[in-house]
Design a protein around this ligand. Structure first.
Ligand code: COA
Length: 188
């Protein structure tokens, strides 16, 4: 499937909310609690993305800038060959305490509509997200992924990301889950 990756616009907010929630509901079934996943709402998520993208636009950031709380992120969307938004990724400076936010970037999220999984759109989106991290001046980048998320882990490994044995625990819907960290050298 031919892909076009571009910075997100405020007008993409509803599509982003749809991709985000559908990806979570399909990708995390059996990993996160069912009632937590069922409570996720595409329209509400879209509204929150709209607010973040509007705040980014008002702050005069580059195209695709969004303000999420105190954090600034760059949001990319991928369109299929019919021009429909099928996935979203966001990147920015490292958010974890102890990391140097200048040198180190973070892939905050990547979510594809389940009907587009396996199509190659995710690869195009991740390549562009990695390029954006380089453009932001970072030398390396990391991401956190659920330990149990085999599909995403395989995807990242195939695209050149690697673990260094780090883990953390996070609570989703009252269930504590293990996440693992993957790294990518941006000089290659
Ligand atoms: C993660 C995501 C963006 C990847 O996009 P995708 O189009 O599904 O990725 P691809 O199909 O290109 O690659 C997935 C790989 O995992 C493999 N795979 C599929 N199911 C698997 C499983 N249960 N266990 C292990 N590997 C699996 C596929 O065969 C493929 O590997 P291959 O190319 O070597 O055959 C997408 O699946 C998604 O949005 N998932 C839900 C949200 C999510 O998990 N986001 C990441 C959070 S950190």
């Amino acid at each position: 499937m031919a892909a076009r990756v571009r910075p997100a616009e405020v007008e993409d907010a509803a599509a982003i909310g749809r991709c985000h929630v559908r990806a979570w509901k399909a990708g995390y079934r059996g990993q996160m609690p069912d009632d937590y996943l069922e409570g996720l709402d595409e329209a509400l998520r879209g509204e929150s993305w709209r607010g973040a993208l509007e705040a980014g636009r008002e702050a005069g950031g580059e195209p695709g800038t969004a303000e999420l709380g105190q954090n600034r992120t760059r949001v990319l969307v991928v369109e299929d060959d019919g021009g429909e938004v099928r996935g979203v990724a966001s990147v920015g400076a490292a958010r974890d305490a102890g990391e140097d936010p200048e040198a180190t970037g973070e892939l905050w999220m990547i979510n594809l509509e389940p009907s587009a999984w396996g199509s190659g759109l995710a690869t195009a989106l991740l390549e562009e997200a990695t390029a954006e991290l380089r453009r932001l001046g970072h030398r390396e980048a990391y991401l956190w992924v659920l330990d149990a998320n085999r599909r995403a882990r395989r995807f990242y490994e195939r695209e050149g990301w690697a673990t260094r044995g780090e883990q953390k625990r996070d609570v989703f819907g009252e269930r504590e889950l293990v996440e693992v960290r993957y790294w990518r050298d941006l000089s290659t």
